[in-house]
Ligand binder design. Structure first.
Ligand code: C5P
Length: 421
């Protein structure tokens, strides 16, 4: 599963580091959180500074590190109340027994304990300590109090500890923590999107990637499609509240979180899977797949042996998936893609009509900087005449941003309430 947070407004994570040996892992945690697109500011307790310097966190987060409650200079920059309001989530990692005790009793004698009381944001703690200290009754009592107060506890891992003991108390790996934070925001966003998203209540089926047409048991005909555009669109549709079914040929991409993936190989498999989804009900069908136009007429039962200087394969035409779906009596809103190297607009609008699409997004694949395999794309969108919408030019941008704009265009066309036939 991969989380695409680029469709969600940037979230602020206030990472609080307290004094334990696991503090070194928090430096990596800043990196991993930033990888997900979070804006990260760091607060350190006195104890934490005995293990790692504020300068490390300043360099990694790109912000001055907050260490003192009553520091006029820091307060003039971003005061503690402002900092508490800035946070969308306060993540205390590692969290010592001491900070858990302070939080559970409402002490406010340093910056972090004050922030804890001053923030409305969810607070997560990742306790990391010696296994005996973790098991101590006072620690467990304080933790229970924090859970009752609504604090989320990231359970420590078991294993070998810095002190030589073996047991519960290790801070989980930064990758795991960052992933849990990303999953949390993703789920939060989804809850809102299911109600208010641009595609709330819609079922969207997307084809993506290449198809593979077998020649014999070990060989096939295919193309260079990576599936990136279709996967980015699937994530954007999900973030917009849709129920997303992604029918994908063989690609090496992670399934976007929340998206239902159906793995297929040949064009005929892809058509069958598409028809099945259509029968189950589908509001929007988006064809991003680079379907092989031809397949070999007869797949050899055994590996074809090397013989003469030439080998002729007899190819037959594959079904046109998007056109087949568009011909069905009860059909969804149809979106096609066109990759052209010349006369881009003329060919794209021609396909819009011949394949009976409602919308087509086309790009110029003769440009080396966009299209196949690239992380960026630039497109022109055309709508079928009955929508009365002008063409839309999407300037070169990461595929995530292009996807977001495609979702907006689909929403706009759908809201015209044109009868689809
Ligand atoms: O005709 P062309 O391949 O250029 O059309 C591209 C559009 O048609 C894309 O949306 C592609 O996913 C779809 N297509 C399809 N089945 C095919 C060929 C293309 O769904 N056999």
């Amino acid at each position: 599963m991969s989380f695409n947070l680029s469709v969600i407004p940037t979230r602020h994570i206030l990472l609080a580091v307290t004094g334990g040996i696991a503090a070194y892992k928090s430096a990596i945690l800043v990196r991993r959180l930033k990888d997900y697109g979070f804006d990260v500011r760091v607060v350190m307790t006195q104890g934490a500074q005995a293990f790692i310097t504020p300068l490390t966190f300043q360099a990694l987060s790109g912000y001055p590190v907050h260490t003192e409650l009553l520091d006029p200079e820091a307060e003039a920059g971003m005061g503690h109340i402002e900092l508490a309001r800035w946070a969308d989530l306060v993540l205390v990692a590692p969290a010592t027994c001491d900070v858990l005790a302070k939080f559970s009793h409402g002490l406010a004698d340093d910056l972090l304990s004050t922030l804890y009381l001053a923030t409305k944001a969810p607070v997560w703690v990742s306790p990391a300590m010696n296994q005996q200290m973790w098991a101590a009754k006072a620690t467990q009592r304080n933790l229970q109090q924090l859970v009752d107060d609504g604090v989320h506890v990231i359970m420590p891992d078991a294993g070998e500890q810095a002190c030589g003991d073996v047991g519960l108390g290790r801070m989980p790996e930064p990758e795991d923590i960052a992933r849990q934070v990303a999953a949390y925001f993703h789920a939060e966003h989804r809850k809102v999107a299911e109600q208010y998203g641009l595609l709330a209540g819609k079922k969207v089926v997307i084809t993506a990637g290449p198809t593979r047409e077998a020649v014999d048991p070990v060989r096939y005909i295919s193309n260079h499609s990576t599936g990136k555009m279709g996967f980015a669109l699937a994530a954007a549709c999900y973030a917009a509240g849709a129920d997303v079914h992604l029918i994908s040929g063989p690609v090496s991409l992670e399934t976007p979180n929340g998206v239902k993936r159906i793995r297929v190989s040949s064009a005929r498999d892809m058509l069958e899977a598409s028809m099945n989804r259509l029968h189950e009900g589908c509001d929007v069908f988006i064809a991003t797949a680079a379907v092989a136009d031809y397949r070999v007429a007869t797949i050899a039962e055994h590996k074809i042996k090397k013989s003469g200087d030439e080998l002729n394969l007899n190819l037959v035409k594959n079904p046109d998936i998007v056109a087949t779906i568009a011909q069905q009596e009860k059909r969804p809103f149809m979106v096609g893609f066109a990759a052209e190297t010349q006369n881009v607009e003329a060919y794209a609008t021609g396909k819009l009509i011949s394949k009976k699409l409602d919308m087509i997004a086309c790009n110029d694949v003769s440009r080396a900087d966009i299209g196949f395999g690239s992380d960026e794309n630039a497109m022109i969108i055309f709508f079928a005449e009955q929508y009365g919408l002008d063409k839309r030019i999407l300037e070169k941008a990461p595929k995530q941003h292009i996807s977001q704009q495609l979702v907006e265009a689909i929403h706009e066309a759908l809201s015209k309430n044109v009868a689809i036939s």
